[in-house]
Design a protein around this ligand. Sequence first.
Ligand SMILES: Nc1ncnc2c1ncn2[C@@H]1O[C@H](COP(=O)(O)OP(=O)(O)OP(=O)(O)O)[C@@H](O)[C@H]1O
Length: 324
Amino acid sequence: MSAPILSATDLRRHFEVKSGLFGGTNTVRALDGASFELVPGRTLAVVGESGCGKSTLANLVTMIDTPTSGTFTIDGQDIQPGDELKDKVLRAKVQIVFQNPYGSLNPRQTIGKILMEPLLLNRPEISAEERERRAREMVELVGLRPEHFNRYPHMFSGGQRQRIAVARALMLEPEILVLDEPVSALDLSIQSQVLNLLTDLQDKFNLAYLFISHDLSVVRHFADDVIVMYLGKPVEQGAKDEVFENPRHPYTKALLSATPMADPARRQERIKLEGELPSPLNVPVGCAFNPRCWKATEECRNKRPDMSDGSHRFACFHPENGDN
Ligand SMILES: Nc1ncnc2c1ncn2[C@@H]1O[C@H](COP(=O)(O)OP(=O)(O)OP(=O)(O)O)[C@@H](O)[C@H]1O
């Protein structure tokens, strides 16, 4: 396996929000300590219920937002907010593809213009001819036809628009792509075409993917490594096969039990999580999952479990035995 292109250590993003009528503030722990690596040619998926901090994590990795604390390095260089030139160079290494291919493309620009724009803005030394050559080449690489170069986004289907969004993200030759629910707005049959394209492009350019998804059946096919998040904190992480085959955290087990399995022999009873997902403004004391956990004890209600060591890690005092 290659060396990591990105290493994050204990990343946190807290938001101060107003509370009540008397000017008090409260802290939303949107991301509360995530450590992980992105490796060229591999896909790390971030999974968890809505509000667990997936988009907050994506915003930090793409440098749209800065962490409250924690560090991350890209290509061995520390990311420090404020160092503009370094930021710009490093920013080009990380690009993002959003969920909604309808909202993310400028309807007044042709596909050619949309693809050439990142080069115009970030690589002004590249000539107009070369810009166009690269954009036309990219149109073909993502499986569109040459005549699409002069067409407008509204002339394309959802799947084609997502191909255009991927093409635009690749124009600056990034090393990391953040894929924020890239196929969840697409029909099932189109989803697999776009995922196949992403796999081909990953192989061709040795890209590291950070794949944000709430859909575990997609993650099962697409990811190499997984982080399971709960209320802003990773509760389990490791190689996808390990985590999916031997889930150790009860939350992971519950999430997986709700995912349809193709193989009837491996279907299992769905674990129904009791209670609502607590607010990140009011994270339960002890293990954040304890009010919904069928294994919770006094210890879980009082102490927060640390992440274990090793390549398959989990934060639980009473882990599952690993069968799934
Ligand atoms: N700017 C902000 N100010 C205050 N709270 C925020 C802010 N951004 C996010 N949050 C809160 O942080 C928590 C995590 O949000 P985030 O968008 O990262 O979750 P998510 O896992 O991406 O959810 P979804 O799947 O619904 O997009 C949520 O409770 C959200 O309300």
